[in-house]
Design a protein. Structure first.
Length: 152
């Protein structure tokens, strides 16, 4: 009986280790990003989009790192300042894109990466969004410069 219990414990332990390794190998880029107060709150991601409630990169902000955001619905501006607690969707006026990988960050007018867009080269910002000013619904990081977007 003791041997049978030890065998069951070893099998359960091996399964747990295998599941942990599988989770550790999952690509962070495949996951959706989630809102945080600042880019430094998420370690290990090379790109981060910061959206601001006001023009001039002022007011409350929210940051996204770790993947795409198909729809800003339900997300709120998180830091102190004008707009804190306001919905992000259709309320961002300015933005900056931080990247250690030379990628592009793209903000889209519609959900699911559709419609007019503003794109940011690595480590670029704007004090006023052009195509998505207060009309923004999704964000996608990209390894290539998108066509048809206004480029900052």
């Amino acid at each position: 009986m003791v041997t049978k219990i030890r065998r069951m414990v070893r099998v359960a332990g091996a399964f747990s280790v295998a599941m942990g390794v599988g989770l550790a190998l999952a690509s962070p880029a495949a996951a959706s990003a989630y809102p945080v107060a600042k880019c430094g709150d998420i370690q290990g991601y090379g790109a981060c989009m910061v959206l601001y409630y006001n023009s001039g990169m002022k007011g409350s902000s929210v940051s996204y790192a770790g993947g795409q955001v198909n729809d800003f619905a339900g997300d709120k501006f998180l830091t102190s300042g004008a707009g804190k607690g306001t919905a992000v969707k259709n309320n961002a006026a300015s933005a900056k894109f931080l990247s250690t990988q030379g990628d592009w960050g793209i903000i889209y007018y519609n959900s699911n990466g559709e419609g007019p867009c503003d794109s940011f080269a690595a480590n670029h910002s704007t004090s006023k969004l052009k195509n998505t000013y207060n009309e923004n619904a999704s964000y996608y990081p990209s390894s290539w410069k998108p066509s048809g977007c206004y480029a900052f």
